[in-house]
Design a protein around this ligand. Structure first.
Ligand code: THU
Length: 126
């Protein structure tokens, strides 16, 4: 997991966050063992901003991955995932371990289920 967290940390330097100045890096570990990173990308039309977690996951899906082992997220102060990202992680990754770290490498481990109990998902649509 050190490698995954280091990848998320490195992704923070790619963050495009001129409005909030809150740099977020994320990295997702695929079932094949690949690590794919993402960073937050902000828009002058604020609502179009995309979080680091979603950039990483969407990038991984676009590269052909559909099964995931773990997610790491790094921010300045160890901030947790937003609600929208929790839903996307649940939908595309299921219940996986999630490592949240701050810039000093203080790490907390949680999981999708812990972050989004009683999740809405495709099972309700059948
Ligand atoms: N942000 C993320 O990248 N991930 C989250 O889960 C929380 C928020 C970004 C969005 C925005 O660019 C900045 O952090 C401040 O909200």
């Amino acid at each position: 997991m050190d490698k995954l967290i280091a990848a998320a940390q490195a992704m923070r330097s790619r963050s495009h966050a001129p409005y909030s100045n809150y740099k977020v890096g994320a990295a997702i570990l695929t079932d094949d063992g690949d690590i794919i990173g993402g960073c937050n990308i902000e828009s002058s039309s604020y609502g179009l901003t995309c979080c680091a977690e979603r950039v990483a996951i969407y990038r991984a899906v676009a590269e052909g991955h559909s099964s995931f082992q773990a997610l790491a997220v790094v921010t300045e102060n160890g901030g947790s995932l937003c609600g929208a990202c929790r839903q996307v992680v649940w939908d595309l990754c299921g219940d996986i371990p999630i490592f949240i770290a701050d810039q000093n490498n203080n790490i907390e481990e949680t999981s999708t289920r812990q972050l989004l109990p009683e999740a809405f998902d495709q099972t309700k649509l059948k």
